[in-house]
Design a protein around this ligand. Structure first.
Ligand code: RM4
Ligand code: MN
Length: 388
């Protein structure tokens, strides 16, 4: 039997970090559809993240992307966030939007470009010192388009050297979260294409380096929950970038394309005892809301993760283990599916009411007038977004 009070406690303690860039304008390579009321600066992105936290109660941190969120005074930005009830979360680097990085950043054949990219990583670590962030999240677009274009082996050496330099700069509880992605923008060979490559570099670096799984960064059909289970066993899972995908790196709302996959992932997290924030996994969103209103989409995404988590917590683990050990294939699968098929919305409404929140965060957001207010207030200035 599942202990419902324990399930509620776990759900109340759950933490999800939202990305500053998801509040900004974004689009495909064909078109960015600008929306009214979109933030014009990091402060307004933080204000939107704080709104998401007010209605969900479980999103108290916002990740920044440098240089998109570059400011003169990070201590002031951190204080501003705290006043609104949120913390600055992971610092993300950007070594993919400069002309110099056409042939790569830290793996570029030109040592001058490698120096510039590595310096950016070090700059991000300095910023972490000022914002009190624990996590440096690294994603490299580095790779090549044509066979023979550059030396695959040398590029790994260059990557390792840059990572080492960044790693050696970490202090206190700071960590590196190393992301991977199968392809795009490089089409033939990406320098960190998969979890195995990220894992190997993390092992080489040491304890403070762990893998970040972006759920949209795999080949179709990849069993992501297997990767979760494997990395948990190795104590090398550091973070998630949640989003969902139908084809490639679609960056749609998490849980929209395949809620069952999200449930399977969250089951491995619960099974591994890794849901508790004290375990140290950063559960982040990494999404773009190109055609839908951004704040309610992010609230919906947080709720989708929460629903998958509630279902994962409801799996009758004793019954599952009994069926597994007895080799009862159908019963084991039935126990698993029973939890998945449970409507957890009433339970989550209760959890929210207990926490003093509205049981329906989206409806509460709509009633709050926040959307109308940002549309009225945020006129003039330049909207933040891709390339800004
Ligand atoms: C990349 C990757 C990174 C994110 C950028 C915006 O595809 O997922 O995590 O920072 O996009
Ligand atoms: Mn990502």
């Amino acid at each position: 039997m599942t202990d419902l009070a324990a399930v509620k406690r776990a759900l109340t303690a759950q933490r999800i970090e939202t990305p500053s860039w998801a509040y900004a304008n974004s689009g495909t390579r064909f078109k960015v559809f600008a929306q009214p009321g979109v933030p014009r600066n990091p402060e307004e992105k933080i204000a939107d993240a704080a709104a998401v936290h007010r209605f969900t109660g479980i999103a108290p941190a916002v990740a920044l992307h440098i240089p998109w969120d570059k400011v003169d005074d990070y201590a002031a930005l951190t204080a501003y966030a705290r006043d609104l009830g949120v913390e600055i979360g992971a610092i993300n680097t950007n070594v993919f939007q400069d002309d110099d990085y056409k042939l790569g950043s830290v793996t570029n054949p030109d040592p001058g470009v490698r120096r510039k990219a590595t310096d950016h990583l070090l700059e991000a670590i300095d910023i972490m010192g000022q914002t009190g962030s624990r996590d440096l999240k690294l994603w490299f677009s580095d790779g090549i388009n044509y066979p023979g274009q550059d030396d695959l082996h040398d590029r790994q050496d260059r990557l390792a050297a840059a990572l080492r330099e960044a790693y050696d700069r970490l202090t206190g509880d700071q960590r590196i979260l190393l992301e991977y992605k199968l392809f795009e923008p490089a089409f033939y060979a990406t320098d960190i294409p998969d979890w195995g490559t990220s894992y190997a570099h993390c092992i080489e670096l040491g304890e403070r380096a762990t893998v970040c799984i972006d759920t949209g960064h795999h080949a179709p059909g990849t069993n992501i929950e297997f990767i979760v289970a494997f990395l948990l066993r190795q104590k090398k899972l550091g973070a998630f970038d949640f989003n969902s995908r139908f084809y490639a790196d679609d960056d749609l709302m998490v849980g929209a394309a395949d809620p069952f996959q999200l449930f399977r992932i969250m089951y491995e997290i619960v099974r591994g005892g890794a849901l508790d924030p004290a375990y140290g996994i950063a559960f982040m969103l990494d999404q773009c809301h190109n055609i839908e209103r951004k704040i309610p989409a992010i609230i919906r995404s947080v709720m989708n993760v929460q629903e998958a988590t509630a279902k994962a917590l409801l799996v009758d683990r004793d019954a599952l283990t009994r069926a597994q050990l007895a080799g009862d294939v159908l019963e084991a699968n039935a126990v698993f599916m029973d939890a998945y098929n449970t409507d957890v919305r009433p339970l989550l409404a209760e959890v929210r009411t207990d926490a003093g929140l509205d049981p329906d965060p989206i409806a509460a957001y709509r009633r709050s007038g926040y959307d109308e207010k940002i549309i009225a207030d945020r006129v003039g200035g330049t909207q933040a977004g891709w390339g800004a």
